[in-house]
Design a protein around this ligand. Structure first.
Ligand code: SAM
Length: 323
C-alpha cells in the first residue's frame, strides 16, 4: 500500500526476540542484556496473524531479525508458516551466524530466500573484542554453507572506531571468489552506538578506490533497498554501501518494523507506532487489526533526523528495535 508520501510500503522487518548470543560493543551494554531475557515476546501464532494482515495490505518481503533470531526455538516453523501466507514472496533472516550452519538446510526447505550475516572482523581476536565472544569460525563456516545451498548471502559490516577500519580491503577481497555482497553500514547513534565513532561510507569508498583499479558502479534496482553497489572487475561478488547518516534515503523507504514485543514501528528513528500486542490481548478481530496496521503504515513520517534533537526519538537499543 502507499503511505501519505506516496511511498509503496511492501517490506516488514520482524524482530522475534531481544535476546542475543553475542554482545557487540556498539549495540548492547554487556550488563543490560540479561534484563531482556524474561520479556513477553509475540508468539508464533500472533506473528502469523499480524503478517497475514500485512500481506493483505501489500507486504511482500519479510525479514526476521532480533536480538538474535536463531536463539528462538520455533524459528524454523515460524519461517515455514510465514512462507504459507498468500502474498509473501521473499523471506530473509538477519543473523550473527553463530547458530546458522546447522539450521540452514531446514530454513531453506521451509522457504528462506536469503541470509544477511553480520560480520565486522575477519580476525579472531578482533571479532572477540567487538562481539565479546570467540565465535568467528562458526560464522565463517555458516557463510560457506549458505553459499553452497545457493541462498542469497549478504555480509553486513559496521566500521567501529579504529578497531576494524584496516580490514575494509579484506572485506572487499571476500567478494573475489565468493558470490556474496559485502555491505558497509554506517554506525548509527542508537543504543551503545552513541558511544562509538563510525566511519562515513564516503571514506570507506575512498579507501577502496585507492586499492582497486577497476571498479564498476552497479545499476540500482528498486529491490536492492537503500544500498548502492560497486563491483571490482572480475570479482564474483559485489560491495554495497548503506549510509543512513551521510545520505538520507527516507524518500525511498519501503519498510515498517514489528518489535518482538508486538509494537509496530513507523520508523527506526522514532518511538511512535501501534502496540499491536495489547490489541491482540484484548481480542481484536482481523478486520480491525488490518485497519490499525493500515493507519500505522499510512502515517509513516517523512524522514529521520538522526543528527538532530527532536520529539519521540527512539531510546531503545538496536537489539530491541530489530536491526
Ligand atoms: N543478531 C542479528 C545480527 O547480528 O545480525 C540481528 C540483530 S543486529 C541488532 C542487526 C544489525 O544491526 C547488525 O548487523 C549490527 O551490526 C547492526 N547494528 C547494531 N547496532 C548498530 C548501530 N548502532 N549502527 C549501525 N548498525 C548497528
Amino acid at each position: 500500500m502507499l503511505d501519505r508520501f506516496k511511498r509503496e510500503i511492501d517490506y516488514l522487518r520482524i524482530s522475534v526476540t531481544e535476546n542475543c548470543n553475542l554482545k557487540c560493543v556498539y549495540c548492547i551494554d554487556e550488563n543490560t542484556l540479561s534484563n531482556f531475557c524474561n520479556k513477553e515476546y509475540l508468539s508464533e501464532d500472533e506473528i502469523i496473524r499480524i503478517v497475514t494482515q500485512c500481506a493483505v495490505l501489500g507486504i511482500k518481503k519479510i525479514r526476521i531479525t532480533g536480538g538474535e533470531p536463531l536463539v528462538r526455538k520455533d524459528i524454523e516453523s515460524l519461517i515455514g508458516r510465514i512462507n504459507q501466507i498468500d502474498g509473501i514472496e521473499e523471506i530473509y533472516i538477519t543473523t550473527n551466524g553463530v547458530l546458522l550452519k546447522d539450521k540452514l538446510a531446514k530454513l531453506k526447505e521451509n522457504g528462506l530466500t536469503g541470509v544477511n550475516i553480520s560480520l565486522d572482523s575477519l580476525k579472531r581476536d578482533r571479532f572477540e573484542k567487538l562481539t565479546r565472544f570467540d565465535k568467528l569460525s562458526q560464522v565463517l563456516s555458516a557463510i560457506d554453507k549458505a553459499l553452497s545451498l545457493n541462498l542469497k548471502v549478504k555480509i553486513n559490516t559496521v566500521i567501529v572506531d579504529d578497531i576494524n577500519k584496516d580490514e575494509i580491503i579484506d572485506f572487499v577481497n571476500l567478494t573475489k571468489n565468493k558470490n556474496l555482497q559485502v555491505r558497509f553500514i554506517e554506525l548509527m547513534p542508537i543504543g551503545e552506538g552513541k558511544k562509538h565513532q563510525g566511519t562515513s561510507n564516503e571514506e570507506v569508498l575512498n579507501i577502496i578506490e585507492k586499492n582497486f583499479e577497476n571498479i564498476q558502479i552497479l545499476k540500482r534496482n528498486k529491490r536492492s533497498g537503500p544500498a548502492h553497489y560497486i563491483r571490482v572487475e572480475d570479482f564474483k561478488g559485489s560491495v554495497g554501501f548503506i549510509s543512513p547518516i551521510s545520505s538520507c534515503f527516507c524518500e525511498e523507504c519501503n519498510r515498517i518494523r514489528l518489535t518482538s514485543e508486538g509494537f509496530l514501528k513507523k520508523c527506526l528513528h522514532y518511538s511512535y507506532g501501534a502496540d499491536l500486542k495489547r490489541y491482540l490481548k484484548h481480542g481484536i478481530d482481523d478486520e480491525n487489526l488490518k485497519k490499525l496496521i493500515e493507519d500505522t503504515i499510512y502515517n509513516k513520517p517523512e524522514k529521520h533526523y538522526f543528527m538532530k534533537e527532536c520529539d519521540n526519538k527512539e531510546n531503545k537499543y538496536m537489539n530491541q528495535i530489530g536491526g
